[in-house]
Design a protein around this ligand. Structure first.
Ligand code: EPZ
Length: 434
């Protein structure tokens, strides 16, 4: 890609990746058919569907892939195949439903990733609190896996030391069929948690307090099938808001919920970006330019979302003056800094704090996506850098963004996907490498 000039037009947000993955896992809790609508076309969704099939569920997707019907009539196995489970950390949220439905679940230890060790101690703490037995095993290849068996399931009160999204989802799904009352103190409060609780309640669960600082679950005998539409992806929406800001463009982001991105709206307004709600969505007007610096500290919801930290950092590199960014959620979520600095971003990282000098005139470079949101940040930087930028390893981006290239092209971006690392069209200087 190369300097695209100000993006203009409207772009529609798809269904939320971080909502649809636990929603799909939740379909294991009933032998009846569940239908999810508004499903995004993402690599991670494909992996989760294959994982559900590996447990014995029937999974049908309509031609457009937006509607998925799952019938987990018979669970053939409660062990996740290592290749699938390791391909996607979120596979771990299949444990809770399997434990609740079948009394057992075995998942390869998800292991860390680029942004952090990603332990599952809080998931395990929750299963133990619900009366399950949990053991860490190593298979013949020496790979670790975690096995939970029902033991004497009983409702309980538990406190999460960190408001972990995945742990909250897993424990909620394990508790819906556990006799008695379960209270999760200090749960994650993300919109994706609320969406999961809403779907589970449609299935006959009795959950109250999702989205607050305590979730109360009354166990029931069984759940039934249900239909549900996935909430819009707040991280994708916020990424397009930042695309408008960094290119000094004027973009209407449609099919999104402004109250899911309050910190991002507030911070962009602090920088001087004009944002107003319209009937069709959120209009982000960055045409005035001359943006002020601001400081960012990522926190669990409703704090500033860690999944927007890399993209916001790229934007702040072009604002006037120094900004401080503190990443409190993941221990290693600054891998994009080295790549952004190859484009002249002028960012200094010290532990979990980064200092963005600001006022950068980014120049094109060959950079590499290290993880999903870092890749998105590099694309945003490439849209305003002088000269050509290639982003390698874009498979990271495909995990969480549906047709990012096409959507940005639709806003006037000068961007193109490459195959095999070489430009498809020598005339076309716009590249977006595989
Ligand atoms: C979810 O990951 C999201 N993924 C992540 O989005 C998101 O960044 C994260 O929540 C935080 O909002 C999905 O929903 C599929 P956590 P999750 O458990 O559940 C520590 C993206 O870009 N922790 O809230 O894995 C952990 O190490 C992805 O879309 C424990 O210590 O996140 C991390 O530092 C990236 N013990 C922090 O909590 C545990 O048992 C947040 O983890 C679990 C987590």
């Amino acid at each position: 890609m190369s300097n695209s000039g100000p993006l203009r037009g409207s772009v529609s947000t798809g269904g939320s990746k971080n909502a649809v993955l636990p929603l799909l896992a939740a379909t294991l809790l009933t032998d009846e058919t569940c239908v999810l609508d508004g499903v995004p076309d993402l690599k991670d969704v494909e992996v989760m569907c294959r994982l559900l099939r590996s447990f014995g569920a029937e999974v049908e997707q309509d031609a457009a892939g937006r509607r998925i019907a799952v019938t987990a009539g018979r669970i053939a196995t409660c062990e996740a195949p290592p290749d699938l489970a390791k391909a996607m950390r979120a596979s771990v949220v299949a444990m809770g439903p399997l434990l609740a439905r079948c009394g057992e679940a075995t998942i390869p230890l998800p292991g860390g990733c680029a942004i952090g060790d990603r332990p599952i101690d809080l998931h395990v703490k929750g299963f133990l609190a619900l009366g399950a037995d949990v053991e860490i095993l190593t298979d013949e290849s020496g790979a670790g896996c975690v096995r939970a068996t029902a033991g004497r399931p009983a409702g309980t009160e538990m406190y999460l030391d960190f408001a972990s999204v995945g742990a909250t989802e897993n424990i909620m799904m394990a508790a819906v069929l556990t006799p008695g009352t379960t209270v999760i103190e200090n749960p994650a409060q993300e919109p994706e948690i609320v969406d999961l609780a809403n779907f589970l309640n449609k299935m006959g669960a009795r959950i109250r307090g999702a989205g607050t600082d305590a979730i109360r679950i009354e166990g029931v005998q069984a759940l039934h099938g249900a239909e549900h539409s996935v909430i819009p992806d707040r991280i994708e929406a916020a990424t397009f808001m930042l695309a408008a800001a960094i290119t000094r463009g004027d973009v209407l982001v449609e099919n999104m919920l402004p109250n899911h991105v309050v910190p991002v709206i507030a911070k962009l307004r602090e920088c001087g970006v004009r944002i107003r709600e319209e009937d069709a969505g959120l209009r982000v007007d960055g045409t005035a330019g001359g943006f002020r610096a601001t400081d960012i500290k990522t926190l669990p919801y409703p704090g500033f979302p860690t999944d927007i930290q890399p993209q916001f950092m790229a934007f702040l590199a072009t604002a006037n003056g120094p900004s401080n960014i503190v990443e409190t959620v993941f221990e290693n979520r600054f891998l994009h800094i080295e790549e952004l600095n190859r484009m002249g971003a002028g960012i200094l990282a010290e532990g979990r704090r980064a200092i963005v000098r600001g006022g950068a005139h980014l120049h094109g470079a060959a950079v590499r996506a290290t993880d999903l949101r870092a890749g998105a940040a590099l694309v945003l930087a490439g849209l305003v850098a002088d000269g050509e930028t290639t982003v390698a390893d874009v498979y990271h981006i495909d995990r969480g963004y549906e047709d990012l290239v096409g959507k940005l092209e639709g806003l006037g971006a000068d961007i193109r996907r490459m195959k095999n690392g070489g430009p498809q069209d020598s005339v076309d200087r716009r590249v977006f490498a595989e």
